[in-house]
Design a protein around this ligand. Structure first.
Ligand code: F6R
Ligand code: ZN
Length: 193
């Protein structure tokens, strides 16, 4: 559906069916796959990542509705991170700050297991467990990345302010301070080298 103007957005309530087992939206306005080739430099084991490029797996998928990018409005989407590892490091989203730092986000996990890895520009770090029925609050100013440490897709319903925007640049340049890797069959949070 084409939406002509912001005004029309504001006058158009919507109700959308979500398949919580898969994260799929009925009639999404945008659905995209993030492939390994689009983020392989973010993994600690570059050799393992480059080897996997031949298959170029889907690391995560996002389903979105087109909603007004305005303060006072909300954006929401479904985020689905696939199970898997690059070397010993679990599949994860690229992660970002919101371009408008003073904007928070809520993630309601509806399937799978993993962590929400978070950090601030002044060096605070945190990781919150994600599994079905856990709601993670990402405060304003915290970069966030979903990490799937399980065997099934990690599925979340995400809601954030309409005008938040996304800043991927600082994470792409510096990376997160922490990584989540498998050691002796278990997820362990380690320092980035
Ligand atoms: C929106 C948000 C999520 C992510 C999604 C993909 O602010 O945090 O909807 O956009 O999980 O992750 P990124 O955006 O880091 O590629
Ligand atoms: Zn976000």
């Amino acid at each position: 559906m084409m939406i002509a103007s912001t005004k029309e957005y504001l006058q158009t309530p919507c109700g959308v069916k979500i398949d919580m087992r898969t994260g799929e939206l009925d009639d999404p306005d945008n659905a995209y796959d993030r492939l390994l080739s689009q983020m392989y430099t973010m993994y600690e084991d570059r050799v393992a990542a480059e080897k996997m490029l031949a298959d170029n797996p889907v690391i995560y998928r996002v389903y979105e509705k087109k909603l007004p990018e305005l303060s006072g409005e909300l954006q929401w989407c479904m985020s689905v991170t696939m199970p898997g590892k690059v070397g010993r490091e679990y599949y994860m989203t690229k992660g970002h700050f919101h371009a408008v730092r003073d904007t928070a986000e809520v993630y309601l996990c509806v399937g799978g297991e993993g962590y929400m890895l978070m950090e601030t520009e002044d060096g605070q770090v945190d990781a919150k467990r994600m599994e079905s029925n856990i709601c993670v609050y990402v405060p304003a100013g915290w970069a966030h990345r979903s990490v799937n440490t399980g065997n099934d897709p990690l599925i979340s319903f995400c809601v954030y302010p309409g005008h938040a925007g996304h800043d991927y640049g600082s994470i792409e340049t510096a990376g997160f301070r922490k990584r989540i890797v498998e050691i002796d069959g278990k997820p362990v949070i380690i320092d980035r080298e």
